[in-house]
Design a protein around this ligand. Structure first.
Ligand SMILES: Cc1cc2nc3c(=O)[nH]c(=O)nc-3n(C[C@H](O)[C@H](O)[C@H](O)COP(=O)(O)O)c2cc1C
Length: 192
C-alpha cells in the first residue's frame, strides 16, 4: 500500500511529528511504501477565493500544492496530521485544505458535492494538544481539530479508519511516553 503522511506541524521534531513517525515506522514493518510531507518545508500560497478550481478541478496557482496533489493521487492511505492550534488545525493544514477544494470536490446546487480525486482512499487523523485528557475532549479542543480534518475527509470521500489524539503536551516536551509511541506504532502495524 502507498501511504502518504501530510504533516501540518511547524515543528519537524515536535509532538505531532513524533507520533506520525511512529505510525510510519509501524507501517514500514509491513513493507508499505511510506512518505512524510512536511508542509512547513513547502511553498504553498493562500487560497484567493477566485473559485476557478471549480471548473479547472484544481487550483490555478501552481506552487508546491502540486506535490500534495501528486502524492494524494498515488496514495491508498493518507495520514492527516496537525497540532491543535486554537482548537483547529494549524494554518499550514488549513491552507492546504483550502487550496485542495476544487481538487477534492465539485460543489453541486442543492446536493452533496461530487467527490473527486480522493474518493475511496483511507485516512488516519492525528493531532496533539496542550490540554490534558479529558479537558481536550470535553471542551472541544482536540476534538474540534479532529472534526475539521474529518469533515474534509467526509466531503471528499476518504474513509477515516483510525485517529490518534496526543493530549497534555508542551512545546518544550522532548520525549513522548513509550505507551503513546507504542500505540502509534500499532496503528501503523494494523494498516492493511
Ligand atoms: C499557535 C498555537 C496555538 C495552540 N492552540 C492550542 C489550543 O487551542 N489548545 C491546546 O490544547 N493546545 C494548543 N496549542 C499547543 C499545541 O497544540 C501542542 O503543544 C502541540 O502538541 C504542539 O504540537 P507540535 O509539537 O507538533 O507543534 C497551541 C500551540 C500553538 C503554537
Amino acid at each position: 500500500m502507498n501511504i502518504i503522511a501530510i504533516n501540518g506541524s511547524p515543528r519537524k521534531e515536535g509532538n505531532t511529528s513524533q507520533i506520525v513517525s511512529e505510525i510510519i515506522k509501524g507501517a514500514r514493518k509491513n513493507k508499505h511504501d511510506c512518505e512524510i510531507i512536511y508542509l512547513a518545508e513547502l511553498n504553498i500560497k493562500d487560497c484567493t477565493g477566485c473559485g476557478v478550481c471549480k471548473e479547472k478541478r484544481k487550483c490555478v496557482y501552481r506552487d508546491d500544492i502540486e506535490k500534495i496533489e501528486e502524492a494524494i493521487l498515488k496514495a491508498d492511505l493518507i495520514i492527516w496530521a496537525s497540532p491543535t492550534h486554537w482548537t483547529n488545525v494549524s494554518a499550514y493544514m488549513q491552507r492546504v485544505f483550502e487550496r485542495l477544494c476544487g481538487f477534492f470536490i465539485e460543489p453541486m446546487p442543492r446536493r452533496f458535492p461530487l467527490k473527486r480525486n480522493a474518493k475511496g482512499k483511507k485516512a488516519i487523523l492525528v493531532t496533539s494538544c496542550f490540554a490534558p485528557w479529558p479537558i481536550n475532549w470535553i471542551f472541544n479542543i482536540s476534538r474540534s481539530c479532529i472534526n475539521r480534518m474529518r469533515a474534509v475527509c467526509k466531503f471528499s470521500g476518504q474513509k477515516v479508519i483510525n485517529t490518534f489524539v496526543l493530549s497534555g503536551t508542551t512545546l518544550t516536551m522532548k520525549e513522548i511516553s513509550e505507551k503513546h509511541l507504542t500505540k502509534a506504532r500499532n496503528i501503523g502495524k494494523q494498516i492493511k
